[in-house]
Design a protein around this ligand. Structure first.
Ligand code: PFF
Ligand code: NA
Length: 455
């Protein structure tokens, strides 16, 4: 089918590729992070800005990462250095790949801690802890978990171990096949939760609050948060999608496949919002409760609905599964990089990278208890009151991912030949003109303007 030499095996089918990409993108970002950020940023206006960023910035950058990966046929660092050398561009473009490995390390360190929360809630659901919860006791169930560093460490370790074992064994393919069943199941569970939420008296208010933009509630930092989250949720700016692109065969239509991934990711996030906020409003909870939001509201919903014990277990199992596939995609680039740069085997690299990530995760654990008042950059007004976890989140979602993504789309839009990009994307004339315009102007200017306004 393809005429150019490939250095490694290609995805056996378009489905396998799509599953891997969806596995990476759908995760805690959709179900944990999107709702709590929406709650902190006042609802509809945040959602609208997020949707615009997904469409005009996220989608073209996802396509750019895939086309670079397919052209480069290597890991992101080698891909960027090969392509920029061939096009006689500055070798500095490889920084895109380097920043990706660092970003993946920082993100996975806290992602694993939150994955641990989800594991802990499987156990809580299974032992009937959600029964007869009230708004107050739901708060203390979660508060109790947060205040206990040893318990958090145990669950963080368990999650990290799950990730390491899959990456060390190189068996992510099996998980991707499972994703074919489990991801749709997660969507079904979310739809059921939305159905339940529709029966509560807060539903109308919550739906209006989510879907009617009130820009007086959105400040500059909220706009930056919405843009940063567009990168986070689609796994962009870390070279992960670029690495996946290297497995993409030439007959796969990048635009269509990217649209599928973006729509699925967005739908899951919106469903999560529609499931959670009615419970928040019906029970008089605080929408701006922060990272604990879903862990305080969903148990309440499961406790009240018929069959909630079974659904609760199922839901948190599926959430862990979604987080697991994303976690694997985060460890993978670090392991590949170690494998290439050091004499270590894949297994050794997986353990070394995993343990290093696990260690940094401890800082996030402590951010929720012992170090909750420690604000390492507090002397700079902007960072006042931010814990280590807050800073890791800020540095990745609000700085590194958008900057790396910006560099990626500027490279594709301005430093590559139009014909080469065009043949990769395989679009009609008019579609390609539109794409070029968005990739060259709208997306980069959008990122720069959001950055500049938040400074
Ligand atoms: N996109 C994942 C989510 O929404 O949960 C998180 C993530 C995975 C971010 C992989 C970045 C990444 F490279
Ligand atoms: Na996501």
């Amino acid at each position: 089918m393809s005429s150019k030499p490939h250095t490694h095996a290609q995805w056996s089918s378009r489905l396998a590729f799509t599953l891997a990409a969806v596995g990476s993108s759908v995760g805690l970002g959709n179900i944990w992070k999107f709702p709590y950020m929406t709650g902190e940023s006042g609802g509809g206006a945040f959602v609208l800005v997020y949707l615009v960023c997904i469409l005009l910035i996220g989608l073209p950058i996802l396509m750019s990462e895939w086309l670079l990966g397919r052209l480069g046929q290597k890991n992101p660092i080698s891909t960027m250095s090969n392509i920029s050398a061939r096009l006689k561009r500055s070798p500095a473009w490889v920084l895109i790949g380097v920043a990706g490995v660092l970003g993946a390390y920082l993100i996975l360190s806290f992602y694993s801690v939150i994955g641990g929360w989800a594991l802990a809630f499987i156990a809580d659901a299974a032992t009937g802890s959600f029964e007869s919860l009230t708004a107050d006791t739901a708060g203390s169930l979660f508060g109790g978990l947060l205040s206990n560093p040893a318990t958090l460490l145990a669950w963080h370790s368990a999650f990290m171990l799950m990730v390491i074992l899959v990456v060390a064994g190189g068996v992510a393919g099996g998980l991707e096949r499972a994703a074919k069943i489990l991801m749709p199941l997660l969507a079904v569970m979310l739809i059921m939760l939305v159905g339940y939420a529709a029966t509560t008296d807060g539903f109308g208010e919550a739906a209006a609050w989510l879907l009617t933009p009130d820009f007086s509630k959105l400040d500059k930092d909220g706009v930056l948060a919405a843009m940063g989250h567009a990168f986070f949720t689609l796994s962009l700016g870390m070279g992960i999608m670029m690495a996946y692109g290297s497995y993409l065969s030439d007959d796969v239509n990048i635009g269509r496949t990217a649209l599928i991934v973006v729509v699925l990711d967005t739908v899951i996030a919106l469903l999560a919002g529609l499931a959670i906020f009615p419970v928040v409003f019906s029970n008089g909870l605080d929408a701006a409760a922060g990272p604990g939001l879903i862990f305080q509201t969903l148990p309440l919903a499961f406790g009240q609905m018929p069959g909630g014990e079974v659904f609760g277990v199922m839901f948190f199992v599926l959430l862990v599964f979604a987080a697991w596939t994303s976690g694997i995609s985060l460890l993978e680039p670090i392991v590949e990089w170690l494998e290439e740069k050091t004499p270590m085997s894949r297994v050794a690299s997986a353990w070394v990278a995993g343990i290093a990530t696990w260690l940094l995760g401890i800082a996030t654990i402590l951010s929720f208890n012992v170090w909750s008042d420690v604000s390492p950059l507090g002397m700079f007004g902007k960072f006042e009151g931010m814990t280590v976890f807050d800073l890791l989140d800020y540095a990745t979602s609000k700085l590194m991912l958008p900057l790396t993504g910006l560099a990626t789309i500027v490279f594709v839009g301005w430093f590559m030949g139009r014909d080469e990009v065009r043949s990769q994307l395989n679009m009609s004339d008019s579609a390609f003109s539109l794409w070029s315009f968005v990739a060259r102007y709208i997306a980069p200017i959008g990122v720069v303007v959001v950055f500049a306004s938040s400074l």
